[in-house]
Write a protein that binds this ligand. Structure first.
Ligand SMILES: [Zn+2]
Length: 425
């Protein structure tokens, strides 16, 4: 036991956490640890004790307690992890709202030079300072939602210089903002206009020039591809992900979002850590994910915002294939312009029919494992990083039930109070 407790969090009405470091599969997602009248003892940026207040006080014994923080009977869960965002980008796309509402499909807007390509233009035109200031505002909002770790993808630069620019901004955010930012290189997010009709040549650029530079400057841990009809084929995606692997980047994949192209199968084949979206994934694809330990990251905000009546088959994934489902905002300026993980919590309940316990597991330990960080974050246990979200709610079910508001009262990040009374401290 530590000789000095820097922060003793008391007055926790209910603490809920998934157990352990590993992904939670299928029915395990509902098996969470709940403690009433809990406390958490923290030394530096680490948890040293979690339990009932009496147990924690007995365990820390006569250790010096520097600061005690009473959370007033509120709900405490692990700091939420958002494992799929397009955080760093220029511009906004509210001008496409009318087109979308009149029913023009997403891939058609993209084919007309809108969609991702419009954000590419704004991102190329933006300075690193502009991108930093805009993304920092979003990161503040995520923190106020109870999020303590965020993944951020490049993919709006689509030139070597502009992709590196996005990744440098993400690194700068990680270094200067309380929220941890984990970077993914996604040079294969779209085919840039100057390569229209020459996708294979663009893939050459990604593989031969971008990937080695990203690896050399250590600007990303993961490599992702938008594998979709009219964007990158299964063959092109495979080439990029395998080259990424050779450069030390772990594969992720935007798979079977719109059409069942075989993205889930490819994710299994290349040993991806996660596969994202999966609205159109086939049974064979889901089986492939299960057989290869790939974490499905579901993004219900995107189907909601695109007005789709189809949803990812979360119940099949959990009940039939015993997959370790994770959830994310997919925050991006086109298909899902929201930083609100709490909206995602509500949509996971409404449209994916996930239980509150499954949703918590999906937003914590499973999301942490989708970023290779299950050993460090995603559950409240001694030795793990002291990242806590404090919600003004009596229990887990209250979060998706009382919707459209921000439940966050406080956030502790790395053992320090980052949000209190709903405001960033
Ligand atoms: Zn995405």
């Amino acid at each position: 036991m530590a000789e000095k407790i820097d922060l003793l969090v008391t007055g926790i009405g209910r603490l809920v956490t998934p157990p352990g470091n590993s992904p939670r599969f299928g029915a395990q997602m509902r098996d969470v640890r709940e403690i009433e009248g809990a406390a958490v003892a923290i030394a530096g940026d680490r948890i040293v004790s979690v339990g009932t207040e009496a147990d924690v006080r007995a365990e820390i014994g006569d250790a010096q307690v520097v600061e005690t923080l009473d959370v007033g009977g509120r709900l405490v869960v692990p700091g939420l992890v958002d494992p799929h965002t397009h955080l760093v980008h220029g511009g906004t796309r509210e001008n496409e709202l009318a087109l979308k509402r009149s029913g023009v499909p997403y891939l058609e807007i993209l084919a007309q030079g809108g969609g991702i390509l419009s954000t590419v233009k704004s991102t190329r035109a933006a300075s690193e300072d502009d991108l930093y200031a805009k993304a920092r505002k979003s990161l503040d909002e995520m923190l106020r939602q109870g999020v303590t770790t965020v993944e951020a993808k490049s993919g709006y630069g689509l030139t070597t210089g502009d992709e590196l620019k996005q990744l440098r901004v993400a690194k700068q955010l990680h270094d200067t903002h309380p929220v941890d930012v984990v970077s993914t290189f996604m040079g294969a997010h779209a085919v840039p206009p100057e390569y229209k009709g020459r996708t294979d040549e663009y893939v050459d650029l990604v593989v031969e020039e971008m990937l080695p530079r990203v690896a050399e400057e250590q600007l990303a841990e993961f490599c992702d591809v938008f594998c979709e009809h009219g964007v990158f084929s299964v063959e092109q995606s495979r080439r990029i992900l395998l080259e990424g692997k050779r450069n030390g980047l772990i594969p992720k994949l935007h798979a079977d979002e719109i059409e069942p192209l075989g993205g889930a199968e490819l994710a299994g084949e290349v040993g991806a850590i996660s596969a994202e979206h999966l609205l159109a994934a086939t049974d064979e694809g889901l089986k492939e994910l299960a057989d290869n330990g790939v974490i499905p990251v579901l993004l219900p905000g995107t189907s909601f915002n695109l007005g789709l009546s189809t949803h990812a088959r979360a119940r099949d994934m959990i009940d039939r294939y015993e997959l370790p489902v994770a959830l994310s905002t997919d925050y991006n300026p086109g298909s899902c312009p929201t930083e609100s993980i709490q909206l995602i919590i509500m949509l996971a309940s409404l449209n994916l029919k996930m239980t509150p316990e499954e949703i918590l597991t999906a937003c914590t330990i499973n999301a942490a494992n989708a970023l290779g960080r299950g050993f460090d974050i995603g559950s409240l246990e001694p030795g793990k990083r002291a990242d806590l979200a404090i919600f003004d709610a009596p229990n887990l079910a209250y979060l998706p039930y009382h919707f459209g508001i921000n439940h966050t009262f406080g956030v502790i990040k790395n053992g320090r109070v980052a949000v209190w009374g709903g405001n960033i401290s």
